[in-house]
Design a protein around this ligand. Structure first.
Ligand code: NAD
Length: 256
């Protein structure tokens, strides 16, 4: 018996980084995985690898900023697997511009993916979870949603978007507890993924070199699996008494 046996999980941003790690881990733990991303080709590779190693997953293109795109994913998930138990709102983008450098388009784009996308995902999935007698929603925030300075990499819109995810999570946890829907946020520290490569860290070692000044616990910079395991706990019934919580996974960064 896997830790997610019998559960159906939608994961956003599953073509890369933490979302891809979570899709693989959830499938290993017995979940049927609806893997979604705006980037279809790498997503299909993820799903092929899962199915070839005995898992059960489908790949669906999703732009988290689009209500129609969400509707399509939810319809297809229900058609294929009959229910939705878990939603991981993991997709996100990072643009390293401060308050003075950020233009309105950048601001709106970051908020659209990182915050509006999370709201739209919950709005699309919650009615099915209500009918199904419960569920678990995991929203990916960041330590940038809790503190300023280096954690946000200089991204003003990013920090704002992740702070909003933190409070929206608590709102949802309050309103849908009566339906046995748990809603928690995960707050990664520095994790070596496509996002940080794009932000200029050309190697894992370069990231460690920077982050060790802030996050005291070796290895200082994390692996996508470090976050996938946090998602797994919150997705499973092991966390049945946990809602509205913010799970920080950051090698001690926010203890500074
Ligand atoms: P990543 O860039 O490796 O993966 C993000 C995925 O989201 C990509 O596959 C991308 O195609 C997808 N995506 C982007 N826009 C989308 C859209 N409109 N619709 C659907 N999918 C879209 O990044 P990651 O580091 O794995 O990030 C996962 C989450 O973790 C993000 O929410 C990110 O903000 C958060 N986070 C990352 C770090 C870190 O250090 N890497 C730290 C804190 C929080």
């Amino acid at each position: 018996m896997g830790r997610l046996s019998g559960k159906v999980a939608i994961i956003t941003g599953a073509a890369s980084g933490m979302g891809r790690a979570a899709a693989k881990l959830f499938a290993q733990e017995g979940a049927k995985v609806v893997a979604t991303d705006i980037a279809l080709e790498p997503l299909e590779e993820t799903v092929k690898a899962i199915n070839e190693s005995g898992g059960d997953a489908i790949a669906l293109k999703l732009d988290v900023t689009s209500p129609e795109s969400w509707q399509n994913v939810v319809d297809q998930a229900i058609a294929k697997y009959g229910k939705i138990d878990v939603l991981v709102n993991n997709a996100g983008i990072f643009i390293p511009k401060g308050i003075l450098e950020t233009d309105l388009d950048t601001w709106n784009k970051v908020l659209a993916v990182n915050t509006t996308g999370v709201w739209l995902g919950m709005k699309a999935v919650i009615p099915h979870m209500q009918r199904n007698g419960g569920g678990s929603i995991i929203n990916t925030s960041s330590i940038a949603g809790i503190m300023g300075g280096p954690p946000d990499g200089g991204g003003a819109a990013y920090s704002a978007s992740k702070g909003a995810v933190r409070s929206l999570t608590k709102h949802a946890a309050q309103w849908f507890a009566k339906d046995k829907i748990r809603v928690n946020s995960v707050h990664p520290g520095g994790i070596y993924t496509g996002m940080v490569k794009d932000a200029g860290f050309e190697s894992y070692e370069a990231m460690v070199d920077y982050i060790k000044n802030f996050a005291p616990l070796p290895p200082h910079a994390g692996d996508p699996m470090d976050i996938a395991y946090a998602y797994l706990y919150l997705a499973s019934d092991e966390s049945r008494f946990v809602t509205g919580e913010e799970l920080v996974v950051d090698a001690g960064w926010i203890t500074r």
